[in-house]
Design a protein around this ligand. Structure first.
Ligand code: CP
Length: 327
């Protein structure tokens, strides 16, 4: 496909190719090299839902390769607020842009947008559905963290904590990791926010161990990675679903020190909810080297550059076009 809608489009060879290209992009992302390989190209960044990382890093990645960005955000930026269809919107934007990133609160809506156009469409998150570029940058981060620690993704033990029902980042990530061999997943969520059964069954069928646990303290002992997520309160109507959900779900320094391997890697797609009682990743780990969250956000740039270069067919031109940065 010339779109990026789901991680199910990937096999391990395609992941390896994309990550090799992301490595090539690192000097550009770090502002040591310049490439104008997308000069003249226009990205339409259409965000019907709030975003910091995905919107800005897709935009920055496109600009760093020489392209320009039409940036939009909020519920009312487009004439869809006046009842215009996804189909018409997609056809219109296709005449303006060479690549389109869409985030939308409804699952399946980005695929619907993509069906109306031949311009490459990237799913920047469709409701509780998927967030494929986030899963790719997460896996890229895991590989880099493991390379430093002398570990492989094959055989890893990954604990996923928090809202596993509505968290699209964990839906995409667990499917992507299932392409590797012999993984163990420990899923830790309130019962009402559990990972969808069809995803658990698919991952189990691929030969991985999937266990559930009621609280992190019981479950983290052997984990190589803790992947924490925010409770997606905007996706359910009332607070009843949070009954029985207490501070046992906060990932903080005391828990990491008492329950985890010393070299555990702590990840989170962000944003984290820093308000009191939010049961999210604590700020008390901010200066802990095991906290990989800002390495994840940094890796979003080279991985998204690699996604654009691949979808727009300029991946072989990047190395040739690179020159030293002038600043
Ligand atoms: N991780 C992520 O998708 O963050 P934003 O919602 O800020 O884009």
């Amino acid at each position: 496909s010339h779109h990026l809608l789901s991680v199910s489009q990937f096999n391990r060879d395609a992941i390896d190719e994309l990550f090799q290209l992301a490595d090539v992009m690192q000097p550009i992302a770090r502002r040591r090299k310049v490439s104008r390989v997308l000069e003249g190209a226009v990205l339409a960044n259409l965000f019907f839902e709030a975003s910091t990382r995905t919107r800005v890093s897709f935009g920055a990645a496109f600009c760093r390769l020489g392209g320009s960005v039409c940036d939009t955000t909020g519920f009312t930026f487009s004439s869809m607020a006046k009842g215009e269809s996804i189909y018409d919107t997609s056809r219109v934007i296709s005449g303006y842009a060479d690549a389109i990133v869409v985030r939308h609160p409804e699952q399946g809506s980005v695929a619907e947008f993509a069906r109306a156009t031949n311009v490459p469409v990237i799913n920047g998150g469709d409701g509780p559905g998927e967030h494929p570029s986030q899963a790719l940058l997460d896996l890229y981060t895991i590989q880099r963290e493991f390379s430093r620690l002398g570990k492989l993704v094959d055989g890893a033990h990954i604990a996923m904590v928090g809202d596993l029902k509505y968290g699209r980042t964990v839906h995409s990530l667990i499917k992507l990791l299932a392409l590797y061999r012999g993984l163990k997943f420990t899923l830790i969520s309130p019962p009402s926010l559990a990972m969808p059964a069809e995803i658990v069954e698919a991952v189990s069928r691929n030969g991985h161990v999937v266990e559930t646990a009621a609280t992190p303290a019981q479950a983290l002992a052997g984990a190589d990675i803790i992947y924490a997520t925010r409770i997606q309160k905007e996706r359910f109507a009332n607070d009843e679903v949070l009954e029985g959900f207490d501070n046992a779900f906060e990932i903080n320094r005391a828990l990491i020190e008492s329950a985890c391997k010393p070299e555990v890697v702590v990840m989170h797609p962000l944003p984290r909810d820093g308000r009191p009682g939010s049961h999210d990743l604590s700020v008390d780990l901010n200066n802990d080297p095991r906290l990989a969250i800002f390495r994840q956000t940094d890796n979003g740039i080279p991985v998204r550059m690699a996604i654009f270069a691949t979808l727009l067919g300029v991946e072989k031109l990047v190395s040739r076009s690179m020159r030293d940065a002038a600043w």
